[in-house]
Design a protein around this ligand. Structure first.
Ligand code: PRP
Ligand code: URA
Length: 206
């Protein structure tokens, strides 16, 4: 599997909320975060666990704990909107950041910030709600591979057909989880119908 579109009624109903232009920034932020938490469940369901010995108030027993380190990496800015819910579910995860912005005329991502913990033996959850041309995800993938990451899982929300295709070929070692693959990109490389500018809607900058 490379790309998995997660079909779940809770995700679908929240997707309707974030797509609507009537949704204000507060509800948009909450819903993006909730979708991310639900998607994290699917993207992590094959993680290995180790057996540990614990004591309940009544008896000794065995329990399970995550066997690998998890590193959450939001792509700035919009990936930040997905981080809290996932960090809450995996509180011991470390958080790295990759700062990119898409040039408005060339649509090529420009890097402005990278700060990563050790990713060599970790499962990396790369976050960005929008997979449009795929340029930002590819640039982030290259940074992570260069840093030694081997298990990279991209959790997005809305993708375009061309972005997904490009990402599948240019990021061969990465699994891709999305809530929807939309119809197309418009002339400004925005996803249609999409949800608009995720960063601006999350942070109220437009
Ligand atoms: C948006 C979005 C992705 C990128 C997707 O970010 O959050 O990172 O565009 O487009 P692509 O697949 O064509 O690369 P943007 O660069 O607008 O920055 P922002 O999150 O700071 O608004
Ligand atoms: N970035 C966004 O925020 N939305 C899109 O549709 C494309 C890029």
């Amino acid at each position: 599997m490379q790309t998995k579109v997660i079909h779940h009624p809770l995700i679908k109903s929240k997707l309707g909320i974030v797509r609507s232009k009537e949704t204000d920034s507060k509800l948009f932020r909450e819903s993006i975060n909730e979708i991310a938490g639900l998607m994290c469940y699917e993207a992590t369901k094959d993680l290995k666990t180790d057996i540990i010995n614990i004591e309940t108030p009544l008896a000794k027993t065995e329990a399970e704990t995550l066997a690998t380190d998890i590193v959450i990496v939001p792509i700035l800015r919009a990936g930040l909107g997905m981080t809290d819910a996932i960090h809450m579910l995996i509180p011991h995860a470390k958080v790295g950041h990759i700062g990119l912005y898409r040039d408005e005329t060339t649509f090529i991502p420009a890097k402005y910030y990278t700060k990563l913990p050790d990713v060599k033996n970790a499962t990396v959850l790369l976050l960005d709600p929008m997979l449009a041309t795929g340029g930002s995800v590819k640039a982030s993938y290259d940074i992570l591979v260069e840093a030694g990451a081997k298990d990279i899982r991209f959790i997005g929300i809305v993708g375009s057909p061309e972005g997904v295709k490009k990402t599948e070929t240019s990021c061969p070692k990465m699994s891709i989880y999305l809530a929807a693959i939309d119809e197309k990109l418009n002339d400004n490389k925005y996803i249609v119908p999409g949800l608009g500018d995720a960063g601006d809607r999350l942070f109220g900058t437009k």
